[in-house]
Design a protein around this ligand. Structure first.
Ligand code: MN3
Length: 200
C-alpha cells in the first residue's frame, strides 16, 4: 500500500493568526505531499518494504538498501515528521496539560518554564532547516533535541511526542526571517492531549 497524504482534522485557516492559511495549504498539500511521493517512488523498487511500518523503517535505516536509504530517510522522515506535526497542533482551544503530563515535564526538566526555554533554544539554534523536538528516551524520561533536514528522533532510539518544523517553508510567508516569533506563536496551538497520547 502506497503512503497517502493524511487529512487534517481542522481547516487551513484554523490556526490563524499563529500560522496563516496560505502557509498551511502549501505546507500540507505541496511540501508534505512531495515527501510522500518521493518515499513511494523509493519503495517502488523494494515493494516488500511497504509491509513494514514507517516507524520501523526510520528506526532501522541501516537495514534499508543503500540505493534508497537516503530517499527513505528524507521522504519517509518528512512524511513521519509532518504527520506528527499536524496531529499535535490545532486551533487555539482550552487544551490543558494534564497532571500526568505536567508531572512528567517537571520530573524531566525541573519545571515547565525550564522545558519551554530548552525546547525554544533547540528550535531557535537549529542551523538551517530542521526540527525542534520533545521526545521520550528509553527510560521514559523526556528530552529536547533538534534534528537537521527531515531526520527524526526515531533514528536515535527516541520516541518523538512534539515537534516544531523550523524549515523556512513552515513560517516564511508570515514571519519572514523572524523564526523566534514563529516559535513563540507555536506554544499557542499545541494540542497537549495529542502530545500525551504519543507517550509510550
Ligand atoms: Mn515542513
Amino acid at each position: 500500500m502506497a503512503y497517502e497524504l493524511p487529512q487534517l482534522q481542522y481547516s487551513y485557516d484554523a490556526l490563524e493568526p499563529y500560522i496563516d492559511a496560505k502557509t498551511m495549504e502549501i505546507h500540507h498539500s505541496k511540501h508534505h505531499q512531495t515527501y510522500i511521493t518521493n518515499l513511494n517512488k523509493a519503495l517502488d523498487s523494494y515493494p516488500e518494504l511497504f509491509e513494514k511500518s514507517l516507524e520501523d523503517l526510520l528506526s532501522n535505516l541501516d537495514q534499508i538498501p543503500e540505493s534508497i536509504r537516503m530517499a527513505v530517510r528524507n521522504g519517509g522522515g518528512g512524511h513521519y515528521n509532518h504527520s506528527l506535526f499536524w496531529e499535535t497542533i490545532g486551533p487555539k482551544t482550552d487544551s490543558r496539560i494534564s497532571e500526568n503530563m505536567s508531572k512528567l515535564i517537571s520530573d524531566s526538566f525541573g519545571n515547565f518554564d525550564s522545558f519551554k526555554d530548552e525546547f525554544t533554544d533547540k528550535a531557535t539554534k537549529q542551523f538551517g532547516s530542521g526540527w525542534g523536538w520533545l521526545a521520550q528516551d528509553k527510560s521514559g524520561k523526556l528530552v529536547t533535541l533538534s534534528t537537521p533536514n527531515q531526520d527524526t528522533p526515531l533514528s536515535s532510539g527516541l520516541n518523538p511526542i512534539l515537534g516544531i518544523d523550523v524549515w523556512e517553508h513552515a513560517y516564511y510567508l508570515n514571519y519572514q526571517n523572524k523564526r523566534p516569533e514563529y516559535i513563540k506563536a507555536f506554544w499557542e496551538i499545541i494540542n497537549w492531549e495529542a502530545v500525551e497520547s504519543k507517550l509510550k
